[in-house]
Design a protein around this ligand. Structure first.
Ligand SMILES: [Zn+2]
Length: 367
């Protein structure tokens, strides 16, 4: 699952690879960040993971034999995968909404079907478990900060400035921040663990580094060396098709019609050589796999039955944009809230579009 710890923190691995679920869960057991429910539910979680691992091939087969029957979507073949295309596109709405997933729910659903053959319930179970394992792994093994959302940069900037001015003064052992920022830091497991009960200068230095990593990997634009600005309103991106060579025109059309406004556009330029800086498209056919873009590997992973518009979201990462959805660990309720904004392609890719801040950012970053 995902690329290894420090690489993730420094470079932001946005991609998820389906792999052995049980093995991934076992790796979380060494983490000091585990909450009580992580420990209490472990045996049941492992049991569900084992059950799905042993059915991985059956799940792929079942899905092949039972194409998605949702009347709101049409399945469109794209090389080795099918895309889910919404018959009536969703209206992009500027509103933050949340979905909730937790292990207790997933375990109960598993108990209800554990003796029954693979069917649609197993497929949705596999998708949810893949999502939960992926988040557990990133939270507990990669030590990614699962307490951040769209409001956090304001607090992080304030904390960062307070920490800098404290460290500049040899007498200072306690940064001064507003009550709101103090509350934000206290409620965030990663930061409150660093600060502990007393705020030593060493702890403040560690906090400074951690805040820098969180800002850099979660919020900051990642400028790519191979992207060029053709004219005032046009950017050109070289890409290598790899496993989707025969479908490159369709992929380019899907991306370019999203990354286009009345005046601006992004153009894909297909290249045949795999220069290390050029991203390439690969496929992951396992059930529950999430589409993703990996900066260390320069890959864009497309998955079976992904939403068609998510290709344009992944391409946003190729341009350097970060995800603008937030998965937040809720320890007392032992689950994850996933927050997204329906208007922004980098937030909720099934309804969002390319909006003004994307063009403003491209103009600023690629001159
Ligand atoms: Zn993404």
């Amino acid at each position: 699952m995902r690329c290894c710890g420090l690489v993730v923190l420094l470079f932001g691995c946005l991609s998820a690879h389906a792999s052995n679920l049980e093995e991934s869960l076992r790796k979380t057991t060494a983490s000091s960040l585990r909450d009580s429910c992580d420990i209490e539910l472990l045996e049941s979680k492992l049991e569900v993971a084992r059950a799905l691992d042993s059915r991985a091939d059956d799940l792929v087969k079942w899905l092949e034999e039972h194409p998605q029957g949702d009347p709101d979507f049409t399945l469109v073949k794209l090389g080795p995968i099918y895309l889910k295309e919404r018959n009536v596109p969703l209206e992009p709405e500027y509103k933050w909404t949340e979905i909730w997933k937790d292990w207790a729910n997933v375990i109960a659903r598993y108990r209800a079907i554990q003796t029954q053959p693979v069917d649609q319930r197993w497929i949705t179970l596999a998708e949810d478990v893949q999502w939960l394992v992926s988040n557990d792994y990133r939270r507990l093994v990669d030590e990614r900060n699962f307490g951040l959302d769209e409001q956090s940069p304001d607090y992080l900037q304030e904390a960062s400035a307070a920490v800098d001015s404290c460290l500049a003064n040899p007498q200072c052992s306690r940064p001064e921040w507003s009550p709101r920022t103090a509350e934000f830091l206290a409620e965030n497991r990663i930061y409150s663990d660093i600060l502990g009960s007393e705020q030593s200068r060493k702890a403040i230095e560690i906090l400074k580094r951690r805040i820098q990593i969180d800002l850099k990997t979660r919020y900051n634009f990642w400028r790519m060396s191979n992207i060029s600005r053709v004219d005032a309103n046009t950017w050109s991106v070289p890409m290598y098709t790899h496993e989707f060579a025969e479908n490159r025109d369709e992929i380019a059309q899907r991306i370019m019609r999203m990354w286009k406004s009345a005046t601006e556009q992004v153009i894909i330029r297909w290249v045949d050589d795999v220069a290390p800086e050029n991203f390439r498209f690969i496929a992951d056919l396992s059930v529950g796999a999430r589409p993703g873009t990996s900066y260390p590997n320069h890959t864009v992973t497309l998955t079976n039955e992904m939403f068609a518009t998510t290709i344009a979201h992944e391409f946003g990462h190729v341009l350097g944009f970060r995800d603008r959805y937030f998965e937040i660990w809720d320890a007392p309720r032992c689950g994850y809230r996933s927050r997204a904004n329906g208007a922004d392609i980098m937030s909720r890719s099934r309804s969002g579009t390319v909006v003004q801040y994307h063009w403003d950012t491209l103009r600023r970053e690629y001159q």
